[in-house]
Design a protein around this ligand. Sequence first.
Ligand code: SF4
Length: 138
Amino acid sequence: MKIMVSACLAGENCKYNGGNNRNKKVEALFDGNEIIPVCPEVMGGLPTPRAPSEIVHGIVINKEGFSVDREYRQGAEMVLKIAELERPDLIILQSRSPSCGVKQRYDGTFTGTLIDGSGITAELLIEHGFPVVDVEDL
Ligand code: SF4
């Protein structure tokens, strides 16, 4: 099977704080499957580490108050292009991220409050009909 995953789940240190979200269930899929790691925030041109961001009234803003919307959307488009080329059987994304979150994301107040909804990349992939799952649903 061809599986696209959030790169931080595969152990890449691409998370906003310079760490990763290494996940044992994802690692268990490394054997016998083709894994395609992607990090839309890095692909969109953002550095690591970087300020955390949330979606505020439809625009991605970082905690310092600067818009990073263009970078988030550019990264999402790049991930979509890879998905269209590679046609993965499954896409597993990190929970709650403003890019990768599938079911929930933070509400834009930087208070740790969650709301229903997807991140920018997850939403684009879902809109285009790709089989996207939240890592917590593995
Ligand atoms: S954008 Fe996605 S892959 Fe990159 S660090 Fe955030 S959750 Fe992980």
